[in-house]
Design a binder for this molecule. Sequence first.
Ligand code: IVH
Length: 667
Amino acid sequence: MNEIEEKIKTLRDELEQHNYNYYVLSNSAISDYDFDIKLKELQALEEAHPEFADPASPTQRVGSDISREFVQIEHKYPMLSLGNTYSEEEVRDFYDRTMRSLHEPFEIVCELKFDGTSISLLYEHGRLVRAITRGDGTRGDDVTANVKTIRSIPLKLRGSGYPDEFEIRGEILLPWAEFDRLNKEREEQEEPLFANPRNAASGTLKQQNPAIVASRKLDAYFYYLLGENLPAQNHYDNLDYARSWGFKAPDVMRKCHNLEEIFDYLSYWNVERKNLPVATDGVVLKVNSLLQQKNLGFTAKSPRWAIAYKFRAEQAATRLNSVSFQVGRTGAVTPVANLEPVLLSGTTVKRASLHNADIIEGLDLYTGDTVYVEKGGEIIPKIVGVDKDARSMMMGDKVSFIKKCPECGTPLIRPQGEAAHYCPNESGCPPQIKGRIEHFVTRRAMDINIGPETVEDLYEAGYIRDSADLYLLTVADLLRLERWAEKSARNLMDSLEQSKTVPFERVLYALGIRYAGETVAKRLAFAFQNIANLKQATLETLTDVDEIGGRIAQSILDYFSNEKNQAITARLEEYGLQMSMNKTILANRSEKLKDLTIVISGTFLKHSRDEYKAMIEQHGGKNSGSVSGKTDYILAGENMGPAKLEKAAKLGVKIINEEEFLNMLSE
Ligand code: IVH
């Protein structure tokens, strides 16, 4: 076994053990974050070495949408998927096959294929009792609390004639308008954007806080009724009934009696779907009669009585003018294709992502090539192919991944098992320097009132080379730059002055040490109390701190052993930033919650969640995101998720309210 194979095997065994601990024993020995890091590491290795693929690898579970936080429930009827096709030929085959199998007249119902995340709802006596995601098709997550926030889903049915017990299946969707609004908001808050409404919908449904789900205006369309005593013997009428009970069932269904009618429907909706408020990616064709459906039956994976015809993502052919390479704040290098502008799905496309060296190699690109670009519901268009027949004598060079950083000339590295290339020149590469300063000034770090453009201007003018340089700026410096006036310059001075009161844990976070996010920074600040102690820390004293593993500890050691970083932190201290824990916080520190793990759930009246989190840490407790066998208490506010409640009950975890928690601290 070679080294990589060995590494893959170790990771697989380790992750499977963690899965077993978590799902079977309800006793997780690893944080979700560390679990995800390991899983990503394995994914990267498997991607780079497909020869070691294994269908039983823990990465294969990721295809299901089961999350670690929800209670899993078995589906009464498995949630199957549909056979997919992009070709009219195969639609014809489906039709002919159906005709041959049935030997009698039949109707095909055409309806739209909604592009969201599927959901199964159980109704008993006219009330919604449970909502389960698809999961792996056999078991899914209980997301009832979240689904209840979707206003278009009836909690109590209208009308009459519904069976005592039935399931209805449909698609949860984030309408385009809401998707745009959400991404704009995320951009402002420097959070990663959702690639498409489908990801946004499933991401939202997996939120642990139903209040957040409620704030995003999800919608749901229903297309499949299941149960013993359905009102009609055909699909079309059943959906009509469902509509009368208050469900949003697509009203653009059509009963077709021949292939011509089917193809009419396909071509009409291929164009018209762009005017719908939600994303669709095809048409579903279903045999209407339930008896005929039963006779046709199922294959192992999908029904024989239905098929999905998928719309092809719109493509355009254009010229590849050049490829440029962008260096991000972490040093990762991204190749970008610069294209001859072309109109695609209503917008002009000039650039497309090329992802990484392997993708470029796979496409076998030359500058001057005619390439096909596609925008499949994603924001960033991608190059999906090359028209090799269009090549001429006038072609440019073969596109290959650069060897040196385009910004600073340092030879690039590609860490083993990773698809990305990095520039290792952390302290001398401009975009990395600017990126670190941009992070330093963000709201949750030092909260200094400038944005990326100002950082860029100050850098270009030669005023700043690291975050400490910000504190040497003068009003006179700023007035020498374009767009600065006395007032804005004074505002920045005030903001810099104000930042000197920002507490130590946020200063630590602002330094941008790799893997030291907000939580890690807080833990380190409490454990070491000041920067001098932290600089003296060893691998052992660091890993002694709760939740600090070897990887984080090593990163801290690396940071402080770098002379440039030592100089920056020394200067920041000299300029008056908080380099030790606030005395009153320290004085109020206690060990009242020592060794207790507390999960916060719901919304509160007296303090914010962040404040409760801080209190738990201040008193020696540990705040954790998910309920497990290790949880001692759940601090529960309003609207605590029923999934958490159920899990808490199962594990016998004690639930306390705000009053009780505050009493524990004042005792
Ligand atoms: S019928 C047994 N109808 O597409 C067949 N599915 O791969 C049940 N979908 O998981 C599915 N729109 O999430 C059906 N009008 C529609 C649909 C639809 C979207 C999704 C659904 C399913 C997937 C099929």
